[in-house]
Design a protein around this ligand. Structure first.
Ligand code: ARG
Length: 428
C-alpha cells in the first residue's frame, strides 16, 4: 500500500457548503499549471477520489511557458483532456483595463496582476467544467494565501452547483513528501529535488516572488529573485523616452504606433524591464490576516499606470482629483480581496468609465535606471492654459486683484475657528 493511501482523506468533513466530500466527486476540472503541486494533484485526485480529471491551463501572458509541454504532461499523468486557453485578450481588456482606469495599486504599491488574473481563471474553469461535465473544480492554492479566496469566491458566485477541492490546503504533505510522491508516481520533477527558493506567479501585468529568503525582512532582496526586470544598477546608462497614448483611459499607442492592448502591454513591459522599472519590495496585508513580504516586478504597470494617472490628473478638476483616489483605493481593495462579482465593484466601474471619458492624450515617460517618470504631456482635454498659469498677464481672464477677496472668503470659517480656539492666549 502506498504512503498516500494511509494518509487521512481530505477534506474529511466540510466547513463551507461548496467543499466537495469524496463521495460527491465524479469528474474534476483541475486548474493545471504544470508545476509540482498541480501535477501531484492530478494523480492524487484520480487515486483519492477515484475520479476523472480534465485539466485546464490558462495563458495570461506568463512569459517563457511552453503550453504544448504542459499539455503533454497532463495527458501523460492521466488527464482525460488538457485544454489550453489563450485568455490574454480577455485578461487585458476585461481585467487589466478596468484596473488602469482605477489606477489600481493595493497598499500603494501592488498593481494586482495576480488578483486580476484569478477571477478570470475561475470563470474559465467554470465554463470548462460545465462543458466537460465536471462536478468539481480543483485548484492548487494553499490555505494561507489570497488566491484561494479569489478563486473560490468567484466559482461559488458563478456556479453554486459546482463543488471545490483544494488538496494542497488539506493534504499533510510537505515539499519532501510531495517530491517522494511524485517519484513514486512517475511525475517528472523539474530541476531535481532542490526546492525552488521562491513561490512565483506571473502574467502580462507583472510577476511576484514570495517565500524563502524573502521572508527575512531584515535582508535586502537577493539578486536571483529578479528574473524579469534588469536590476537598476545594471540598466543602461542612457535614459529612454516612450510616449504612451490614451483614448478614454485605454492605452492605445506607444510612440505613436497603434497597438492592441496585449501587444502594447507586452512591449511596455519589455522596455520597462530593460530599464529596471517596476521593482517593488512590498509589505502586504493579506485578506486572510497575515502580513507578508512580496517582491514584485511590474515593468508594464510602472509605465502605463503612472502615465495614466498623470493624464487623468491633467484633464480632471480639483474636485475630481480629490475624490477619485478614495474610490480607486476601494476598487483595489475589493479586487485584492477577491470580490470581483461584488455589486459595489460594478458601481465603481461605472464611475471609472465615466471619469475616464476625458482621459485622452499622450504622456511621455522617461525610463532610467529603475525609474519611470512623466516628462511631457499633451491632451485636447487638458484643463490647462499656459496663459493663465504663467506669471504674465492673463488677458483679463484671471484678475489677480480679485485674489485678496477670494482669500478673505475662502479662509473665513477657518480663521473664525482658529480665533475661538485661541481666545485665551489672544486676550491674555
Ligand atoms: N501577494 C500577491 C497577491 O496576493 C501575489 C500572490 C502570488 N500568488 C502565488 N500563488 N504565488 O495577489
Amino acid at each position: 500500500m502506498s504512503a498516500a493511501a494511509d494518509r487521512p482523506r481530505s477534506p474529511i468533513a466540510r466547513t463551507a457548503s461548496y467543499e466537495a466530500v469524496p463521495e460527491e466527486v465524479g469528474r474534476v476540472l483541475l486548474l493545471y499549471s504544470g508545476g509540482l503541486d498541480t501535477s501531484v494533484m492530478l494523480r492524487w485526485i484520480q487515486e483519492e477520489y477515484d475520479a476523472d480529471v480534465v485539466a485546464l491551463t490558462i495563458d495570461l501572458g506568463q512569459p517563457g511557458e511552453d503550453f504544448d509541454v504542459v499539455r503533454g504532461k497532463a495527458l501523460d499523468l492521466g488527464a482525460l483532456d488538457c485544454r489550453v486557453v489563450d485568455a490574454r485578450e480577455q485578461f487585458a481588456y476585461e481585467y487589466v483595463l478596468p484596473a488602469i482606469k482605477a489606477n489600481a495599486l493595493y497598499g500603494g504599491g501592488y498593481p494586482l496582476f495576480t488578483a486580476l488574473g484569478r477571477p478570470l481563471i475561475a470563470r474559465l474553469a467554470v465554463e470548462a467544467a460545465r462543458e466537460t461535465g465536471c462536478d468539481t473544480i480543483a485548484h492548487g492554492c494553499t490555505g494561507k494565501g489570497n488566491d484561494q479566496v479569489r478563486i473560490e469566491a468567484t466559482v461559488a458566485a458563478l456556479a453554486p452547483e459546482l463543488k471545490i477541492v483544494a488538496p494542497v490546503r488539506g493534504w499533510q504533505m510537505g515539499r519532501e513528501e510531495e517530491i517522494a510522491y511524485a517519484r513514486e508516481h512517475g511525475i517528472p520533477v523539474k530541476g531535481g529535488t532542490e526546492a525552488p527558493p521562491y513561490s512565483i506567479d506571473d502574467n502580462l501585468w507583472g510577476r511576484s516572488s514570495e517565500g524563502g529568503p524573502i521572508e527575512e525582512l531584515s535582508e535586502a532582496p537577493r539578486a536571483d529573485v529578479f528574473q524579469l526586470v534588469t536590476r537598476p544598477e545594471e540598466a543602461p546608462d542612457e535614459p529612454e523616452l516612450v510616449a504612451v497614448g490614451f483614448e478614454r483611459g485605454c492605452p492605445v499607442t506607444l510612440d505613436g504606433e497603434r497597438l492592441g492592448l496585449v501587444e502594447l502591454l507586452e512591449r511596455a513591459g519589455e522596455l520597462g524591464a530593460r530599464h529596471g522599472c517596476g521593482i517593488v519590495d512590498h509589505i502586504e496585508d493579506r485578506i486572510v490576516g497575515l502580513k507578508v513580504r512580496d517582491l514584485y516586478e511590474a515593468p508594464a504597470a510602472a509605465i502605463v499606470l503612472t502615465a495614466h494617472r498623470e493624464l487623468e490628473k491633467l484633464v480632471s478638476t480639483i474636485h475630481q482629483n480629490n475624490f477619485k483616489p478614495g474610490l480607486d483605493r476601494e476598487w483595489a481593495f475589493l479586487v485584492y480581496g477577491g470580490l470581483w462579482h461584488e455589486p459595489l465593484l460594478d458601481d465603481l466601474n461605472a464611475f471609472m468609465d465615466r471619469a475616464n471619458e476625458q482621459v485622452t492624450g499622450t504622456v511621455t515617460m522617461k525610463l532610467y535606471k529603475g525609474s519611470a517618470t512623466p516628462v511631457a504631456r499633451s491632451s485636447p482635454n487638458a484643463l490647462y492654459d499656459p496663459d493663465l498659469a504663467g506669471f504674465g498677464e492673463s488677458g483679463g481672464l484671471f484678475s489677480q486683484a480679485a485674489s485678496p477677496g477670494f482669500i478673505e472668503l475662502w479662509s473665513l470659517q477657518s480663521r473664525m475657528a482658529y480665533g475661538l480656539r485661541h481666545r485665551e492666549e489672544g486676550t491674555g
